[in-house]
Design a protein around this ligand. Structure first.
Ligand code: SF4
Ligand code: SF4
Ligand code: SF4
Length: 258
């Protein structure tokens, strides 16, 4: 007689991916010791990249990577939501639509023809949506890719059932604390003044500009933006394009659906 598999009472956690590069999953795999700390608290029951098992009951926590870009994905995320007590969107593709949102700058039909050629009718495609444009999201981990310490923090909050507030101050606030020389003083354009903090100014600490991957703060300093654009003689259209790289799908707001 086959031995019945013992099921622990740890929270059942599943990872799912939609349209994305899977770079945020890599961040999970690269967590090292902090991953071991978290793994001690949970049972990972589905994670396509690392295991083939499937779970047939409800999930305590579902962690979603990637944007929703076709009808099948919409149906799939709704089914996952229906089986999940808590749902976390992680990575800009999931939280904002991210780079996939650039598709929304073009006519869908044109894009489909460009990508799939004359067989484009066989390939379904919809305007890119962030996960919360289709289902309710309980927790957000922004970033492209996600910043590992924030991911661990959000996971711990989700497991304890307490809220996590995404910082709503600009990346500059962290950049200043890290004593970086402002890139504008070096003639480099940086989107830090208008982008949500929480990544510990990851890019500017390493000499790169901020490209807005965590989405815009709730009340971007529009006048300051105008001052900066005038002072540094920046091309307004070019600046808009830079913002749209991550923020096109949801434009300005990335707040949860009420
Ligand atoms: S957010 Fe960036 S790193 Fe993460 S899956 Fe999307 S494109 Fe890849
Ligand atoms: S380098 Fe960018 S993030 Fe840092 S202070 Fe300057 S504008 Fe802000
Ligand atoms: S510095 Fe800007 S682009 Fe870099 S991780 Fe932070 S929010 Fe994203």
């Amino acid at each position: 007689m086959a031995k019945e598999k013992k099921v622990s009472n740890k929270p059942k956690v599943a990872f799912f991916d939609f349209a994305c590069c899977e770079g945020c999953q890599l961040q999970v795999a690269n967590l090292g010791e902090s991953l071991l700390d978290v793994l001690g608290l949970i049972d990972v029951v589905e994670f396509r990249e690392v295991m083939s098992e499937k779970w047939d009951k409800d999930y305590d926590v579902s962690i979603i990577e990637g944007s929703i870009t076709d009808h099948h994905a919409e149906e799939r995320i709704k089914k996952i939501r229906a089986r999940s007590k808590v749902l976390i969107a992680y990575g800009s593709c999931a939280t904002l639509g991210g780079v996939n949102g650039m598709k929304n700058s073009f006519e869908l039909e044109e894009i489909r023809k460009y990508v799939y050629g004359d067989k484009y009718h066989y390939f379904d495609s919809t305007p890119t949506k962030a996960v919360d444009q289709v289902v309710k999201v309980d927790y957000y981990v922004h970033g492209c890719p996600v910043y590992q310490p924030e991911l661990v923090e959000v996971l711990k909050c989700a497991l304890r059932g307490i809220p996590y507030a995404v910082p709503d101050k600009p990346v500059c606030s962290e950049c200043k604390l890290n004593e970086n020389v402002c890139l504008y003083d070096k003639g480099v354009v940086c989107l830090g003044p208008w982008t949500k903090a929480g990544c510990n100014s990851w890019c500017t600490n390493n000499g790169n500009f901020c490209y807005g991957c965590r989405g815009l703060v709730k009340n971007p300093a529009k006048n300051a933006a105008k001052d900066i654009i005038a002072r540094y003689n920046l091309d307004e259209k070019l600046m808009k394009n830079k913002f749209e790289m991550y923020n096109k799908a949801k434009e300005v707001s990335n707040e949860p659906k009420k």
